[in-house]
Design a binder for this molecule. Structure first.
Ligand code: SF4
Ligand code: SF4
Length: 478
């Protein structure tokens, strides 16, 4: 073979492998039921939470509200301030650790059941099925020329998807503003510009991602699909086809005369797979799990339900496709699939998860109602007064994290009380959720200044049960 013919023989691979639209078939089974239950719970939470009232003395009476204007996040009784950014960092770390932990244990469970892309795609497929019918009817409709029926059914399906996408966007915006006020304003044109932008962007992205792109988001755009293999081990449970059982020694074969019962098939060397293709038809990413573990598989378990249905109908045991580990499938004496959690990687993820969650809860539980910080004015660092004493200046910031106005006393510790001067402020008052910055001067005699390297400000809330906050700072005299 010469070089040119060898080059010509190389097949060009298309940019997108799947150019045939995936039209999935519906299926019944425990994984489908679980997916539907997760969907119902997730949608109920997402769409109803902004409408849940919650009594509070400051801020809107909405259970979950990310009030960007006031720089406060209301999460039921918890109020989160920008200073609590550490909580967000911990939350992201916990989410990552939880994802790694579940992936190490049972593969892409997140993708198959909980990911937003999966949830919305699943809903849009249900809409298509409701309006256009089951898979054969949808395929027929797709192939037929554009006529009144096709325009009506396609238009109604996509119209409904756009409507769901629109309400998804509206709901998302409701998390950032008082929902009962936002909705009428949105429709009478008096809502904030940011509200309209959010709704438009979310409507477009939801419709494009779940209504048009669907599995391409999972297989081409999602970075997690690419690096999930790092978390996989031979013991990780994943949706897998039992090739030994399915293929036998003579391969899979459709039932035919003399190949109807399991005994007949086994006698002729054929495996339990009757090559019906049901597992492929239900797959939302359009793959054939019989080709082995593939990065496109989102572990949704629908092919398990499909195959179990077929196995029931032909009188073979269930589990030809099942959650199992690579190691168990390859074993000469496989045991019932089980979660092998006693592995260093899984235990490591679990430890990280538990420690991070503990730190977060401890931090939330031990938060003070008042936070304070002190910054020394550095230009100049100190001033020599005419009587020889030394002056340092400070900016004291007091954050009132309670839901009511708070009064404070400011004192010093480690230096004489009369060294502190905050001007003619009769009372330090900070409104709920607000920060107050006040300027303080500290004057020490030459001798005291020589002997003082640091001292503390004490911020004392006047409420009896509130704890004072002590902030150490430096005193400079040379
Ligand atoms: S192969 Fe099975 S588990 Fe994987 S995505 Fe397809 S239907 Fe879901
Ligand atoms: S559903 Fe089961 S029997 Fe049918 S093709 Fe898939 S693996 Fe084979």
């Amino acid at each position: 073979m010469d070089a040119s013919s060898s080059v010509n023989s190389v097949k060009k691979s298309p940019l997108l492998n799947r150019q045939i639209p995936i039209v999935t078939r519906s299926v019944k089974g425990k994984f489908r039921t679980f997916k539907t239950a997760v969907m119902v719970i997730a949608y109920s939470v997402y769409f109803l939470l902004p409408w849940m009232p919650w009594e509070r003395s400051t801020g809107a009476s909405q259970a979950l509200l990310f009030d960007l204007d006031a720089r406060r996040f209301f999460i039921f009784d918890l109020v989160v301030y920008p200073q609590d950014i550490f909580w967000l960092a911990m939350l992201l770390f916990i989410a990552a650790a939880l994802l790694f932990f579940t992936t190490g244990l049972i593969g892409r469970a997140w993708c198959g059941y909980f990911c937003f892309q999966t949830l919305w795609t699943d809903l849009f497929i249900m809409i298509e099925r409701m309006i256009q019918g089951e898979r054969p009817a949808r395929l027929r409709l797709m192939k037929q020329p554009w006529n009144a029926e096709k325009i009506l059914k396609m238009g109604a399906s996509h119209g409904l998807m756009v409507l769901v996408s629109f309400w998804t966007g509206v709901t998302f915006a409701c998390y950032f503003t008082y929902a009962p006020d936002f909705i009428p304003r949105l429709f009478n044109g008096s809502a904030a510009e940011a509200g309209y932008i959010t709704v438009v962007v979310l409507t477009i992205t939801t419709y494009v991602a779940a209504g048009l792109s669907r599995e391409h988001i999972c297989t081409l755009a999602c970075p997690y699909a690419r690096f999930q293999s790092v978390m996989y081990e031979a013991d990780t449970l994943a949706v897998a086809y039992d090739a030994k059982r399915g293929e036998g020694s003579a391969g899979r074969k459709a039932p035919a005369k003399g190949l109807k019962t399991r005994e007949e098939r086994q006698a002729s060397g054929h495996g339990d797979c009757i090559d019906c293709g049901f597992c492929v038809q239900v797959c939302p990413t359009g793959i054939d799990i019989r080709d082995g573990l593939q990065y496109q598989c989102i572990s949704c378990g629908l092919c398990i339900d499909a195959c179990n249905t077929i196995m029931d109908s032909v009188g073979s045991p269930r589990g030809l496709i099942r959650y199992d580990s690579e190691q168990n499938l390859a074993s000469s004496a496989p045991h019932a699939p089980r979660m092998e959690w006693k592995r260093p990687k899984v235990l490591g993820y679990a430890a990280a998860l538990v420690i991070a969650t503990g730190i977060l809860f401890y931090n939330i539980g031990s938060r003070h109602a008042t936070e304070a910080s002190v910054q020394q004015v550095r230009q100049p660092l100190f001033v020599m007064l005419s009587d020889g004493s030394v002056r340092n200046r400070y900016q004291v910031n007091i954050i009132n994290k309670t839901e009511h106005e708070q009064r404070y006393e400011l004192r010093v510790q480690g230096i004489p009380p009369n060294a502190l001067d905050i001007g003619h402020i009769p009372q330090i008052r900070v409104r709920a959720g607000k920060t107050l910055s006040l300027n303080a001067k500290v004057d020490l005699s030459a001798e005291q200044a020589r002997n003082t390297k640091e001292f503390s400000f004490i911020i004392i809330p006047t409420q009896a049960e509130a704890e004072p906050v002590v902030v150490k700072t430096n005193f400079y005299s040379h």
